[in-house]
Design a protein around this ligand. Sequence first.
Ligand code: MGP
Length: 306
Amino acid sequence: MPPLTTAFIQDNEAMVAEVTVRERMSDLVVVTDVTIEDVGSDGTALAKAAMLVERELMRRMGLPLQFGSSSKEFHKDKKMATETKMHHLPAPHPKYWGQRYKLFSKFDSGVQMDDEGWYSVTPEAIANHHASRCACALACDLFAGAGGDIIALAKTCGRVLAIDNNHDRVGMAVHNAKVYGVSERIDFICGDSVALLHSIKPDVLYMSPPWGGMEYNKSGKEYSLGDINVAGINGFELLQRCIALTPHVALFLPRNTSVEELAAFAEEAGIPCEIEHNWVPSEKGSIRLKAITVYFGRLAQPALGR
Ligand code: MGP
């Protein structure tokens, strides 16, 4: 296997180590072989070299220093084997790890994620687009997660209310909003969004609800609002309750969602509805459909020719 990266590590201009990252496993354990030059038999110099190696390694991997910890084995022939474990980041599915800069362009500035965040955060370009469409005085994100959408909304809205029912995840969203310098414009609530619907009055309700995990599109069937399950209610019920609060709702859904079902829902509710397909550039230079966004109320643009 070809090395993923090599680094020459210098201390006061003397090269102390050459690091070769040979393998990067999906569980974020990095195994490196290190040859140490000019450090003699002094243990302090070895420890310093090890620290430099770890620092360089974390930089190369695009991760903040505090995320790593290494176990090292020193050998008499000036070779060192290290195993660096990346902490604070759960092992993501490799496809999401590969997309990390598309999820958060400032990923290397210390963005925090949990398992659910990896597969459910809205890619930054789509989140920014949603935010441009949802610009208003007060927007509320009912499922803030790791914070991708609220960070974008904070750039276009006067104020943002961010709700998530997971305490740790709210902490991550606060942290990530600070990374992007927008935390001052966001109020965070840790609680049950459905229960809180009675106590809020936003201009726009934005939601990217749980779709049922990474397997959401594996059945081969069209996705239905009925497949959503939050706090014991399905997507139809959730949407009805939201629309009772404000008709200006944006909903981020799987690309295989039944558009007929959404159109029928809007017709019955008697509100304008627009279904937008979110295409993104793919690695291979073409474009691919990521998801759809449904806009209701004044967020919906009138169809051409209507
Ligand atoms: P995906 O469809 O799982 O991956 O997620 P991708 O990269 O399109 O690859 P493929 O293997 O399906 O071809 C695409 C995007 O959908 C994610 O980046 C999230 O923004 C969003 N997403 C995925 N899931 C499973 C969820 C979810 O459960 N909830 C929400 N809100 N968004 C999700």
